[in-house]
Design a protein around this ligand. Structure first.
Ligand SMILES: [Fe+2]
Ligand SMILES: [Fe+2]
Length: 311
């Protein structure tokens, strides 16, 4: 219920809101004369590997706007305040990356060439505000590892300096997600937690799909996509333990993917039905539970993906 005069307690989320409000910057604060130092193939490779992150920035901005009323109705007033700065953060990431694409002279990979991007965006939109925050945490950990490579390797170049700025914003996003989910977790039952772990598996599967397509471009830029994904997965496992989703701590020193949740095929079918999917159902029953294809197949048959692919 919407409250006219809510208690805005002085909690971590309000402090993050203050930090975010003081930290605003725009594309006008970027030194666009800084060198890119990539040849045309390198520029194309950057444009391509950046594409999922670029869509992720837009997806986060749109999703936050969608979740904000849910926070208000739940009386989570300081989270609601904080999210306004989150939207601003993602808006400027979207803006500066758009301008970077113009500077590179290349466009992002199309949805048709990389439909996994749309599946990822679609998966983030499912569920309630807790699902969304969990998905955003996973996305932010992907973005963090991506930007960190360039912030480190291209310190004095355009994308490197841009990445350093974006990383400061992303650290606030992770702090928010960790805090919000840690508070929420004790109130979630076993099935709800299981659904969150399944969502994690699905998002990581889609990331692997994207990496398969973009692996050659990553090599052009001097990094191995699977190494980066390993770091993302280790981060996700660490955060899942930190927020109380996974009881067991991740193995020390490893870059291990979190153990997969057993797939609930009936739940998958219900999910597919909710999505209003049309056309023949993928034969979910005949697939191996741990094949890594099932959730993708379930989603990629959806009308929105088929329409995009046919474009
Ligand atoms: Fe961002
Ligand atoms: Fe973010």
């Amino acid at each position: 219920m919407l409250r006219l005069f809510p208690d805005l307690s002085d909690d971590l989320l309000k402090r993050l809101y203050h930090k975010g409000a003081h930290a605003h910057w725009t594309s006008e604060d970027i030194d666009w004369d800084a060198p890119v130092s990539l040849d045309d193939r390198g520029g194309l490779a950057l444009a391509r590997v950046l594409s999922p992150v670029y869509l992720g920035e837009q997806s986060a901005m749109i999703g936050a706007a969608n979740v904000l009323p849910q926070l208000a109705m739940a009386g989570e007033s300081t989270a609601q305040l904080y999210l306004t700065t989150f939207i601003g953060d993602e808006a400027r990431h979207f803006e500066v990356l758009t301008r970077l694409y113009h500077r590179l002279g290349h466009e992002p990979v199309s949805i048709r060439a990389l439909p996994a991007m749309l599946r990822y965006h679609h998966r983030l939109r499912q569920g309630d505000r807790i699902d969304w925050v969990w998905g955003i945490l996973i996305s932010d950990l992907f973005a963090k590892n991506f930007y960190q490579m360039f912030a480190h390797e291209q310190q004095n170049q355009l994308f490197g300096t841009m990445s350093q700025r974006i990383l400061v914003d992303e650290s606030r996003h992770q702090a928010f997600c960790d805090h919000y989910l840690t508070q929420a977790m004790p109130h979630l039952g076993p099935e709800r937690r299981k659904a969150l772990r399944t969502m994690r598996d699905e998002l990581l599967d889609i990331m692997e799909d994207m990496q398969t397509v973009l692996g050659e471009d990553a090599e052009v830029l001097g990094f191995h996509g699977q190494d980066m994904l390993d770091r993302v997965m280790a981060d996700v496992a660490a955060h899942a333990h930190r927020i109380g989703l996974d009881d067991d701590p991740p193995p020390s020193g490893g870059r291990r993917r979190p153990p997969r949740e057993a797939v609930d095929l009936a739940a998958r079918r219900r999910l597919k039905a909710q999505e209003g999917a049309q056309g023949p159902l993928q034969s979910l029953e005949t697939q191996e539970c741990d094949c890594g294809v099932c959730p993708i197949a379930a989603i990629c048959q959806s009308r929105i993906v088929r329409r995009a692919v046919a474009r």
